[in-house]
Ligand binder design. Structure first.
Ligand code: BG6
Ligand code: MG
Length: 222
């Protein structure tokens, strides 16, 4: 393993729940919709606009909104989200992540970020982790969002590695699909029943380690 390509929300910090809470607020206040809790899994890893389109489709109202209205609603959701993460700081880094970063550095493993979030650089700064990463792939520069592999391919390329030399790290079904379709080894955190396409699934980020990543990589390349 020469590289580790990370998702952000739900992997490095627990912002996944704030994304969903912001969508629920937007759906209720602006669309008159109650989103079922199980919708959270479907939206994880999915870009801002694609998430909104999924919600409008769920409410059978996709054709009622113009592109401009869709942009406005997405901006509104981002406002709720930014308010919720206003006070995000180092204490919001998920357990095991600082240790994992140290171990990867010790073993000269390059690290890049492959988040769908346009807020990713600002969030890494709030967490004090901006300088820990060798590169951040820009989601606005890739053609297709997760579950397409584009952002993970960009994450590997950003540190001059082939996807086959990297492990991808995710908490989302769409993200694991993206990693596998990029030709990378996948380590996932969360529910094994949902994330079964990954090469390894662990229940929490505290289970992450260089050894776990390396063993998963070796096994996938046997
Ligand atoms: C992903 C989240 O990391 O980023 C999604 O899992 C979110 O929930 C997506 O929609 C886009 O984020 P942003 O910050 O650009 O709205
Ligand atoms: Mg995620």
């Amino acid at each position: 393993m020469q590289g580790a390509v990370f998702d952000l929300d739900g992997v490095i910090t627990d912002t996944a729940r704030y994304h969903f809470a912001a969508w629920c607020q937007l759906a209720k206040e602006k669309l008159g919709l109650d989103l079922p809790a199980k919708f959270e899994i479907e939206l994880k890893g999915v870009s801002r606009i694609d998430s909104l389109k999924k919600i409008l489709e769920y409410g059978n109202m996709l054709d009622k909104y113009s592109d401009e209205q869709i942009q406005d609603l997405a901006a509104e959701k981002n406002g709720y989200y930014l308010k919720a993460i206003e006070d995000l700081s180092e204490k919001d880094i998920l357990p095991g992540i600082p240790e994992l970063i140290d171990q990867l550095k010790e073993h000269n493993v390059k690290m890049s970020l492959a988040s769908a979030s346009k807020n990713a650089p600002a969030i890494l700064k709030k967490l004090g982790l901006f300088d820990a990463f060798d590169a951040i792939a820009d989601p606005s520069k890739v053609e297709h969002g997760k579950p397409a592999p584009d952002i993970f391919l960009a994450g590997a390329a950003a540190v001059d590695l082939k996807p086959s030399e990297c492990v991808g790290v995710e908490d989302a079904v769409a993200g694991v699909q993206a990693i596998k379709d990029a030709g990378m080894t996948a380590v996932a955190v969360g529910d094994a029943a949902e994330l079964g396409k990954a090469d390894t699934v662990v229940p929490t980020t505290a289970d992450f380690s260089y050894d776990l990543f390396e063993k998963t990589f070796e096994k996938a390349h046997k």
